[in-house]
Write a protein that binds this ligand. Structure first.
Ligand code: AVJ
Length: 325
């Protein structure tokens, strides 16, 4: 029998996910779609705002514990440093500078979906820290991890900074950690940043800044649908709203419709109705404590072997190993 290729109504995952999210109740959109070129720029601006404490907290941890972190990474045959989500490398450069200055034997493998981001990082490192042996890896985390699982001639250190795991609900976070775990060998390490539970007001302020940058970042989802899916969202008709639940540690972002309205998404042939004050859930930014992190690790087959923190325990970077090997 001849097999026919499966056909879907949608050309891209973005189209399919938008259609699914906006025809669900309650409505939602996936935060990963915030990051187009404009979304990347807005996130850079977020990282530079005083209210977004995460970046400076983690930078401070990397600066004050550089030597012990480098020491934990090292092994007899040196190591390969694999960074998932390379970004602009501001925080990573602190580590790389030290590793080069102290003559550690290592390669740096930044992984990113965007070749453009990787090229810029490589260019910057060439002039700023010429001693780094960089091997960029373009692709999704998942594909790259599969590929790098066999990369086993020496110790691998997998690094994920920025509390990026916080965008995932616990169940998904465990899947992500499991994927990483499966790519690890006995002596390999995972070095990962987790934003911590703290005064709820500080968290709300970080995601609800008075400059309107986070609002623009969140609304970039609407702008993208207008640009790419022939939608007619009026961004002024939606309000950026942030909540934080100190019991669960979950910060959540919403876009709230200020009025009853009908929005067309021509490319998807959809006409979406909003009641007045109806919500679109757009992002979660999970906050953690040691118990949650240890539980996530255990569920994924990992264990915490070391942690680094600032004096206020505002943010923590943990080192994990495989538990079963
Ligand atoms: C990049 C996922 C860590 O959730 O703190 C910043 C994204 N959203 N402000 C976060 C974000 C709103 C950020 N992460």
């Amino acid at each position: 029998m001849k097999s026919t290729p499966t056909t879907t109504k949608y050309e891209t995952a973005f189209e399919e996910d938008v259609a699914k999210g906006l025809t669900s109740f309650p409505k939602y959109l996936l935060s990963k779609y915030i990051y187009d070129e404009k979304g990347d720029k807005l996130f850079q601006q977020i990282m530079n705002m005083p209210e977004y404490y995460l970046t400076n907290c983690e930078l401070g941890i990397l600066q004050s514990h550089t030597a012990s972190i480098a020491d934990s990474f090292n092994s007899k045959k040196g190591f390969d440093l694999i960074e998932l989500g390379a970004g602009d490398g501001k925080k990573t450069k602190v580590l790389l500078k030290h590793l080069v200055a102290k003559n550690y034997d290592f390669d740096y493998l930044p992984v990113d979906i965007s070749q453009h981001v990787l090229d810029e990082l490589e260019e910057a490192l060439k002039t700023e820290i010429p001693g780094v042996n960089i091997k960029t890896q373009q692709g999704t985390y998942f594909k790259t991890l599969e590929k790098l699982a066999d990369y086993n001639s020496r110790k691998k250190v997998i690094m994920v900074l920025g509390s990026n795991i916080g965008n995932l609900l616990h169940e998904k976070a465990i899947d992500f950690l499991k994927n990483i775990c499966e790519a690890m060998s006995k002596e390999d390490m995972l070095f990962m940043g987790f934003d911590q539970k703290k005064d709820p007001q500080i968290i709300l302020d970080a995601y609800n800044d008075p400059h309107g940058i986070t609002e623009a970042f969140n609304k970039n989802l609407l702008v993208r649908m207008n640009n790419e899916l022939e939608a007619d969202f009026n961004t002024d008709d939606f309000k950026h709203w942030e909540t934080y639940n100190p019991e669960t540690g979950t910060a959540a972002s919403y876009l709230v419709s200020k009025k009853e309205q009908q929005v067309k998404i021509d490319k998807l042939g959809l006409d979406i109705h909003f009641d007045a004050w109806e919500t679109i859930h757009t992002e979660i930014s999970q906050k953690y404590d040691d118990n949650i992190v240890q539980w996530l690790a255990k569920e994924a087959g990992l264990e915490v072997i070391e942690e680094f923190s600032d004096s206020e325990n505002c943010y923590k970077n943990y080192i994990f190993r495989r538990k079963d090997l």
